[in-house]
Design a protein around this ligand. Structure first.
Ligand code: ZN
Length: 284
């Protein structure tokens, strides 16, 4: 499932084609994905200019010059393909997605076309993705915690958010109220990098360890964005495979293999129904 770095990678690919461009056509090939499409979605978007394409947590957010906001979620298997006639001879042109596995046309559910003749196709075989529309005044994200790559997230804010929480730190970091956009992979990696045991109770993390953990959350996300951003060739397999950051995992998916720090075997446990990978020697 795409996490923050993958969604950010998708955003960076789409941005040059969408931001500032007027949508000349919007086509829905079915009535719904995970949820029904917004009412009159085609009419509300056709002719509108996309003022900005941002990301909040794992959502892509396109604001239009009609004071409306299109929010898109990739779900499990959603992906965008950019078809740019001007770049047809340049398969490695920046922003052009080249998939290892071709998408099947029967899963092309939404098709946008811009004034520059660029087609942006949303393909989603499993249909857990969704699109919603809001007016500019509405904030659909008010319940979501701070963006980990923004100034709103720090050791201090993390310390405050963890106060009184009796759950393990691993579980607390997956809670979107504490910090936005983190999933299982990046939580495991950030805890490993900061030397914090996933089983430690959230309320027992002092300020110094919160500082370190907040820094490592940021570092691991930035490293992953860099890895996903620099090669899109194998991006978004149907199973959600990523750029190439999976080759840099310290612990995730490495049960029984040597810890990259101390050579002891990486361990796996299950917390809140999800696998946690960690080194009991390096993480205390
Ligand atoms: Zn270790």
């Amino acid at each position: 499932m795409p996490e923050l770095p993958e969604v950010e990678t998708v955003r960076r690919g789409l941005q040059p084609h969408l931001e500032g461009a007027r949508l000349t056509s919007v086509r829905l090939n079915r009535p719904d994905l995970r949820f029904p499409f917004p009412e009159r979605m085609e009419e509300r978007l056709t002719g509108a200019r996309v003022v900005s394409l941002a990301r909040r947590a794992k959502f892509l957010v396109a604001d239009t010059d009609r004071d409306e906001r299109l929010v898109m979620h990739l779900g499990m298997s959603g992906r965008f393909t950019i078809i740019d006639p001007a770049a047809a001879d340049l398969p490695d042109a920046p922003g052009q997605f080249v998939h290892a596995q071709p998408t099947l046309p029967q899963h092309d559910h939404v098709e946008f076309e811009t004034e520059h003749g660029v087609r942006i196709v949303f393909n989603d075989p499993r249909r857990f993705g969704y699109m919603q529309m809001f007016t500019a005044g509405e904030d659909p994200f008010y319940e979501i915690g701070p963006e980990p790559l923004s100034n709103a997230f720090s050791g201090e804010s993390l310390y405050e958010a963890l106060k009184g929480r009796r759950s393990p730190i691993k579980t607390a970091l997956l809670d979107q109220h504490v910090v936005a956009g983190l999933g299982n992979i990046y939580v495991c990696e950030a805890l490993f990098r900061s030397g914090v045991s996933p089983r430690r109770l959230a309320l027992n993390l002092g300020k110094a360890r919160c500082d370190r953990l907040a820094n490592e959350v940021r570092n691991v996300l930035e490293d992953a964005i860099r890895a996903g951003g620099s090669t899109l060739k194998d991006y978004a397999h149907a199973d959600g495979g990523l750029g190439y950051f999976q080759h840099s995992f310290g612990v995730y998916g490495r049960e029984g293999e040597a810890c990259t720090q101390c050579q002891m075997p990486v361990q796996r446990t299950v917390q809140s129904g999800r696998s946690t990978f960690f080194c009991s020697n390096c993480q205390r």
